[in-house]
Design a protein around this ligand. Structure first.
Ligand SMILES: Cc1cc2nc3c(=O)[nH]c(=O)nc-3n(C[C@H](O)[C@H](O)[C@H](O)COP(=O)(O)OP(=O)(O)OC[C@H]3O[C@@H](n4cnc5c(N)ncnc54)[C@H](O)[C@@H]3O)c2cc1C
Length: 492
C-alpha cells in the first residue's frame, strides 16, 4: 500500500478495536432452528433488539428502504440489532436454517439488495455511535448515517471524506468505496479505513485489518456491501476538520459540449484541494452546472473557478461561492442548510425532515476524458427527466494502486451517474439505453455503489481485474454462499 502512515495507524488500532465479545464459534448463542425451518420466536428471544415479522404492526414501517420503489418487497423478517451478538444470532439462525439473509445499513442500495423478498434483514441501524479516540481514530458503528458521522466527527474537530447524502449509511458507502466532495484531497472513504469488525458467515466476529484477516480487509475496501458478512463497526483514520469553500456555476442552455470539454481538461490538472461535479440535465437542448468544494479559503477557490470557467470558454449565467466550516459544508451538500443536524435525518426512520425518493440509476466510470464531448450532449438531447452527474475522481484516490484495495477504478477521471427520478419501466429502459451507449463511448466499467441489477457484465464492470481475487476470498469466507444475491462476489 502506498500510505505508510495509514498502515501504522491500522497496526495501532487492531488491539483497541477488538470487540469485548471476542471471536468465537457461535454454538452457544444459536436460536433453536433446524435445517429448513425457522423458529422466529427463538430468534426473537435471543435478540436484545426487536424482530419484526409480517404480522407485526411495525413491519411495513421498519422494512422501508430509501427508495419507495422497493416498498412492495416482502422480507421474511427485519431484525433491528442492538449489538454484535444480535448480528451473530441472526447469522447463526440463517446459516442453520438456510434462510436468505441481507445486511442493511442506511437502506440506500440502488438495487434494493438490503430489502430482498423472503430474507431476514439484519438491520444494524441502531449501531450508530461515533467515538473519536487517541490519534484521531474514529470508531463508527456500521449503522451510522452520514449525518451522524459528520456531526459526531465535527464535534471532535475531525473529518472523514464521504458522500453527500446525509441519510446514506456509512456501511454501504465504505464497503463500495465512498466518493465525495473531499475525495480529491483525502481519498475515498474506504481509503481511510483502518479496521472493521465483521460477523462472517460462520458466525464469528472478526477484526479485519491490514494485519488481521488481510484478504477480508482488502475485500471490504471497495468490494461492495452485502458480501462476506455483516460489518458491525468501522475504525477510520480521520483528519483535522478543515475550513472549506463551496461554489456553484450555472451555464446557459445549449453549452454542454463546451462546458464538458473545459471541465474535463481543467479537472485533470486541478489541485487535490479542488473537487467538482458536472451536473447535466437532459432536454432540448440539455443544461448543465458545476458544483464543488475547495479545501481552503474562498479567494483561492474563486481564482480556480475563474480558470475553470475560462477553460470552458462559456460565460456563466450565474455563479456564487461561500466559505463554510466542515459541518456546514457537509450540510450544504446534503441539502440541509436550512435544517439543524437533528432535522437532517430520515423522516421515514428516525424523526428527521428528509424524505425518500423514487429513482432508477446506473453508472459508468470515465477512465479517460470523452474524446468528443458532443457525444454526451447528443445522448441527453430530448431525454427530458434524465440527469447525468459527473463526479471528479482525480487526486488522492488515484495514488493508491488498482489492486491495493478491491476498488479498481484508480486513476479515473470521473464517475458518470445516469439518473431518472422514477421507478417506471420507461425510466429503467431509458437508464439502460444511455448506460449502454455511454459504455460504448467510455468502456463498460461501473461503480458498485451505484449498483445496477440490469447490468449484465457487472463483475468486470465493478471490479475489473480484482474480480478473481474477490471470488477466491468469497470461497474462503463464505464457502456455502450464505451472503449470495444476484450480484454478490460469491458469483464474481
Ligand atoms: C441519494 C443518494 C445519494 C448518494 N450519494 C453518494 C455519494 O455522494 N457518494 C457515493 O460514493 N455514493 C453515494 N450513494 C450511493 C451509496 O454509497 C450506496 O447506495 C450505498 O450502498 C448505500 O449504503 P447504505 O448503507 O445506505 O445502503 P444499504 O441499502 O443498507 O446497503 C447497501 C449494500 O450494502 C450492504 N450492507 C449494508 N450494511 C452492511 C453491513 N453492516 N455489513 C455488510 N454489508 C452491508 C447491503 O446488504 C447492501 O447490499 C448515494 C446513494 C443515494 C441513494
Amino acid at each position: 500500500m502506498a500510505m505508510n502512515r495509514r498502515s501504522l495507524l491500522r497496526t495501532a488500532a487492531v488491539g483497541a478495536a477488538y470487540s469485548a465479545l471476542g471471536a468465537g464459534a457461535l454454538s452457544g448463542c444459536m436460536p433453536e432452528s433446524v435445517a429448513g425451518q425457522v423458529d422466529w420466536a427463538a430468534l426473537r428471544r435471543r435478540l436484545t433488539g426487536a424482530l419484526s415479522l409480517p404480522a407485526d404492526a411495525d413491519y411495513a414501517t421498519v422494512k422501508r428502504a430509501y427508495n419507495p420503489g422497493f416498498d412492495t418487497r416482502q422480507p421474511a423478517a427485519v431484525a433491528r440489532c442492538a449489538n454484535a451478538a444480535d448480528v451473530q444470532a441472526c447469522v447463526g439462525m440463517a446459516s442453520q436454517s438456510g434462510t436468505r439473509i441481507a445486511a442493511r445499513g442506511g437502506g440506500h442500495s440502488y438495487a434494493g439488495y438490503s430489502t430482498p423478498d423472503g430474507a431476514l434483514i439484519v438491520d444494524v441501524g441502531q449501531l450508530n455511535s461515533v467515538e473519536v479516540g487517541a490519534a484521531g481514530t474514529a470508531v463508527i458503528g456500521a449503522g451510522a448515517r452520514l449525518m451522524d458521522v459528520y456531526s459526531g466527527l465535527a464535534r471532535a474537530g475531525r473529518c472523514l471524506p464521504g458522500g453527500s447524502c446525509p441519510t446514506v449509511g456509512i456501511a454501504g458507502l465504505t464497503l463500495g468505496g465512498g466518493l465525495g466532495v473531499l475525495s480529491g484531497k483525502y481519498g475515498l472513504t474506504c481509503d481511510s479505513l483502518i479496521s472493521a469488525q465483521v460477523v462472517t458467515p460462520d458466525g464469528v466476529l472478526r477484526t479485519a485489518s491490514a494485519e488481521s484477516e488481510p484478504d477480508l480487509f482488502w475485500a471490504l475496501c471497495g468490494g461492495g456491501g452485502g458480501n462476506l458478512g455483516v460489518v458491525t463497526s468501522f475504525t477510520f483514520e480521520t483528519v483535522a476538520a478543515p475550513q472549506l469553500a463551496v461554489f456553484q456555476v450555472k451555464f446557459p442552455a445549449g453549452t454542454l459540449t463546451e462546458v464538458l470539454g473545459g471541465w474535463q481538461s481543467f479537472t485533470r490538472s486541478a489541485p487535490d484541494e479542488f473537487w467538482s461535479t458536472l451536473g447535466t440535465s437532459a432536454g432540448n437542448p440539455p443544461t448543465c452546472r458545476i458544483n464543488g468544494c475547495y479545501v481552503g479559503g474562498e479567494s483561492t477557490l474563486n481564482a480556480l473557478v475563474d480558470k475553470l470557467v475560462a477553460a470552458t470558454g462559456v460565460q456563466p449565467s450565474n455563479r456564487y461561492s461561500l466559505s463554510k466550516d466542515y459541518l456546514s459544508a457537509m450540510m450544504y451538500f446534503g441539502g440541509c442548510s436550512n435544517y439543524t443536524a437533528e432535522q437532517c435525518r430520515p423522516n421515514w426512520n428516525g424523526g428527521g425532515a428528509l424524505g425518500r425518493e423514487s429513482f432508477t440509476a446506473s453508472s459508468r466510470v470515465l477512465n479517460q476524458p470523452l474524446s468528443d464531448p458532443s457525444e454526451l450532449t447528443a445522448l441527453l438531447t430530448g431525454r427530458t427527466g434524465m440527469d447525468i452527474l459527473l463526479d471528479s475522481m482525480v487526486g488522492a484516490p488515484s495514488r493508491i494502486g488498482a489492486a491495493d484495495t478491491a476498488f479498481p477504478h484508480r486513476g479515473a477521471l470521473a464517475t458518470a451517474q445516469i439518473y431518472v427520478g422514477a421507478t417506471t419501466p420507461a425510466a429503467r429502459n431509458a437508464v439502460n439505453e444511455v448506460r449502454d451507449a455511454l459504455g460504448d463511448l467510455v468502456g463498460n466499467t461501473a461503480y458498485v455503489n451505484y449498483i445496477d441489477p440490469d447490468l449484465s457484465d457487472w463483475s468486470t464492470a465493478y471490479y475489473g481485474t480484482n474480480a478473481p481475487r474477490l471470488r477466491r476470498i468469497a470461497q474462503k469466507y463464505d464457502p456455502h454462499g450464505l451472503f449470495t444475491f444476484d450480484q454478490s462476489v460469491t458469483k464474481c
